[in-house]
Each structure stands twice: as C-alpha cells, then as structure tokens.
Design a protein around this ligand. Sequence first.
Ligand SMILES: [Zn+2]
Length: 364
Amino acid sequence: MVSQIKARTLVASGAIAVFSAAVALTCDVARAQILMDGKEISQGAYDAFNAGRNFLHSNNNADAVESLRKASELAPDNADIHHMYAVALAKTGQSTAAINELRTALNLNSNLAATWVTLGGLYQSTGQLDKSIETFRTYLSRFPADRDAKKIASLVSGLEGERAKMIATYGQAGQPQVSETDYYVEVTREGIIRWQPAQMPLRVYVTPGDSVPGFKPQFAEILKQSFAAWSQASNGLVSFALVDRPEQAQIICQWSDDPNKFKNIAEAGHAVLDSSTKTGLVRGTITFLTVPLVEQNPVTDNRMRRTCLHEIGHVLGLAGHTANPDDAMFHTMGVADTWKDLTQRDANTIVRLYTLSSEQRASR
Ligand SMILES: [Zn+2]
C-alpha cells in the first residue's frame, strides 16, 4: 500500500508588512518642515529614515539597521520609524530587539495594522506560538477589513494546528520539559517512516529551473550543498547521488513561481512523500517556490538555504515540525535573512531515525 504524506511549512507571512507612513512635506517661509504620521520630525531623522528604507529595499540589512537606529534615536516618539527599525533588526536575526521596537511602536500608536502583523510574525518565527496567535487575533478583531486579514486568518488556523500537536505531544505546556538533544519524538509523532539503508545512495534529480521566473542558478547549487549537509550530519547514514533523468530518481526536486499551486498560501516549499508499508519510503517530490510570498521578503540565497534544509529533512522522513526556532524542522520560515547550518540537534535527530532497528520501528 502506498500512502502519501504531505508536509508543509508555515511562513511568517505578514511578518514584513507594508510600511504605511504618511510622509508629508510642507514648506513655510522660515524653513522646511517635515511631518511624518502627523508629527514633525527633524531633517536629520528624516534623512536617516529614508536612507534606512532604501537600504531595506536593496536588502542591505546591516546598513539599514544603522540608519534606522539613528533615525529612532533622533525621533524617539515616531511609531513608524520604530516599526521600520524593527524590520531591519528582524532581517539581521535580532528578533528580541525587533520585538521590543514593535511594542514601543504600538505603545505610541496602536492603530498601525501592519505593526500588529509584523509583531505576530516575529512571535511566530521565534517559537512563541501563544503570543503569536493572540497578537494576530488582536489584529483581526481591530482591522477585520484589512487587506491581509484573510491571509492572517488562514495563518492563525495553521498555528492553532501546530499548537494542538505540541499539546498532544507534551501536555498543556506544549513544550519539552527539558532541553532534549534531538527532536525525534516531535517529528515522528504521526508515524515513523524512512528510506531503507540498502537504498543508499538515494538517486536525486534536480529539474532545470532556467525557465521558471525568479529562479537563480545558485539555487540549484544551494540545494546540492543542502543534500550534502544532511549526508554529512548523518555520518553517511543517508547519502545521495545526482542522476540525469527524472525516471531514474527516487527524489525529484522542482521549482515553481506559482504559490497557488501550493496547498497552503503560506508555504515556501513543500514535500510529498510516497511510502510503502513494507519497505518504507519509495519516492519523494520537493517543490521550491522561486518567488517571495511576501514582496518585502525576497527569496535570497539565505532563505533558499533554509527552505532546502527543511524540505530535504521532510523527504528523509522527518515528517513533522518542532517548536525550536534553531531546528531545521521548525514550523515557521522566519524573516531572518541569515545563513543556516545544521545543528547538533538536527544531526542527532537524523542519526537516531536511521540507526533504529526494524524491531524498534515495529514496536512504535
Ligand atoms: Zn515543513
């Protein structure tokens, strides 16, 4: 019997919401006066803000942090500047500082829909599920007609599903009691599946992506490096060989620029596994999205790397998700635009799955 398992990743979809500051320039005889969000700000603050915004648009996030930090110091009571500073912090992986900036922004002005969405997205991508759900709910009740409301409502139901699974695994706390050295239990709670050792190396076919909008040649390289990273982390328990034709392959990787083809509107990649009750996994197909789900989060090499590691994990049998943002199998693709390597926990988990004896597998 062949059954199919579909795994999907939630994306902090609204995390970088559109910046909506109303910037007005008015001149009087004495001097230029700059108003942002109804408040006057200095020329220096305005210039730093603009520079930061341009750096963010060109994905130069480190320089954006510097400019926007300066702007927020020069105009400490401007909510929009705090919001944009938070976006820059989040993109450079400084999520705690980013959350603080967003709370400051909402204390100054609680009517910024986008700021609520960004805050919810950051709670989500740092594994704070309860706070994330609560923040998105606040947003939905305050701004039911907002253009992102439908997307966020769908995201909230996905997050509630993750929360329910965590509670089913760990009880009401929804988290492991002690820090575990692997996350095997979390990702196998819907059943243990894997490839047979005799099937190694697994034959992988990477579909050419040149005709797919948004595809960059380095994505294929990053994908191959990510297969190698899992092989290395597993001490060779899993291994891969590239093949030239799809009909020779057990794992097929393909590219798509159409998010509508994906089951959930908030995923950056997805894996479909075919498994046989007798022999375990028989086939895997991974589809990678080449265009951003949220315009402000371009598909950078760093994000493609995270998606590759995550989807390959699924195709190896790590079918579930974890609550720990450092894990390759964390449920959310965050906003941080930073390179990810597999951790010791990732390595321990794949080793544990592939060193189980068949009796242990049968007894579960
Ligand atoms: Zn996933």
